[in-house]
Design a protein around this ligand. Structure first.
Ligand code: AMP
Ligand code: TRP
Length: 333
């Protein structure tokens, strides 16, 4: 059976950027790829590349796990697990570091941005993060990897590493393909719409969290930064605020941006923003309700246990084969 793999870092409460760029897309893909098995995980090993409070981290791991299910993922063709509970991920990361050049890692824009923000105490874990991510994907021979736009470069590096290993040792890894949503791959900040909506933005008004109350959601959208020309049209360069709101509405309602522009072009920003707020509120309401049932049930732990067992079965086999392939250990009988 073919595999689809993706992960989300537990680095803070999830916002609608992560939701529209990844989880909502996973839900859709589960419909269109029913013959594939999904390995989705909470990337806690990635989260510690930057210092985290340990109790906060543990709480967020559980929250992200519950949100995956609350967003409507079906359990049949899914293994949901916590990355650190499958040791092969850390092992594979080290092995792949030995097939990755320093120059390649130095070129990663996400590393450059994060390192710049941090200035001191930049860890080597942050630097080698793309090899951890490559391992996450190659361990499962993923055919497809659904991600938002910001992960494209890491995916390209993963493909380069896979091809390099295959050239040296014969076809060993499946070379994965990214699946980037047509609409919603890059949801922008509500306060600075030329920047990505991010969990780490210090400005809370820049984002909407999946678990935010209705009145907060409405306030955030009504005060989203736009422009003064009063025209509703899609033009990300000159009208990033309005274009972002159109993108959010389009990704939620599955209506094309052109269609939305036709519907709203003769209204004003207030009317349009109210409509966007209504659709965000309606989308998040059932998610919040499901979340509160799931987070307090034993169902979640049972499902994570099953996911851990499934993932370990596949990943342990692959890492043992890889060790052998590259000449580690003793000759197998
Ligand atoms: P992260 O929350 O950084 O672990 O990202 C999890 C997934 O959500 C990745 O596939 C990202 O590409 C995607 N993602 C994160 N932020 C956004 C955003 N603002 N717009 C669209 N996709 C996003
Ligand atoms: N690095 C991704 C992010 O920050 C999360 C992630 C980790 C991931 N491992 C992955 C995504 C493997 C897809 C596949 O968003």
């Amino acid at each position: 059976m073919k595999h689809i793999v993706s992960g989300i870092q537990p680095t803070g409460s999830l916002n609608i950027g992560t939701y529209l760029g990844s989880i909502k897309n996973f839900v859709k893909l589960q419909e269109s790829y029913q013959d594939h098995h999904f390995f989705l995980f909470i990337a806690d090993l990635h989260a510690i590349t930057i210092p985290r409070d340990r109790l906060e981290l543990r709480k967020t791991i559980k929250e992200v796990a519950a949100l995956y299910l609350a967003c409507g993922l079906k359990k049949d063709n899914l293994s949901l697990f916590i990355q650190s509970e499958v040791e092969a991920h850390s092992q594979m990361s080290y092995l792949l570091q030995c097939f990755t050049y320093i120059g390649e890692l130095e070129r990663m824009t996400q590393f450059k941005e994060k390192a710049q923000k941090q200035e001191t105490g930049v860890t080597s874990g942050l630097f080698t993060y793309p090899t951890l991510m490559a391992g996450d994907i190659l361990l499962y021979d993923a055919e497809y990897v659904p991600v938002g736009d910001d992960q494209k470069q890491h995916l390209e590096l993963t493909r380069d590493i896979a091809i390099r290993v295959n050239n040296r040792f014969g076809d060993f890894f499946t070379v994965p393909k990214p699946l980037i949503p047509k609409v919603g791959a890059r949801i922008m900040s509500l306060t600075e719409p030329t920047k990505k909506m991010s969990k780490s933005d210090t400005f809370v008004k820049s984002r909407i969290l999946l678990l935010d109350d209705e009145n907060i959601i409405r306030k955030r959208i009504m005060s989203a930064v736009t422009d003064t020309d009063g025209i509703i049209k899609f033009d990300p360069k000159n009208k990033p605020g309005i274009s972002n709101l159109l993108t959010i509405m389009s990704a939620i309602t599955n209506t094309s941006i052109e269609q939305l522009v036709t519907t709203y072009q003769n209204t004003d920003y207030k009317t349009f923003k109210e409509a966007v707020a209504d659709c965000v509120v309606a989308e998040l309401k059932p998610i919040k309700e499901k979340y509160s049932t799931i987070i307090n049930s034993g169902e979640l732990d049972a499902f994570l246990d099953k996911g851990k067992a499934d993932a370990n079965r596949v990943a342990r086999k692959k890492i043992a084969k890889f060790n052998h392939k590259i000449g580690l250990g003793r000759k197998q009988k």
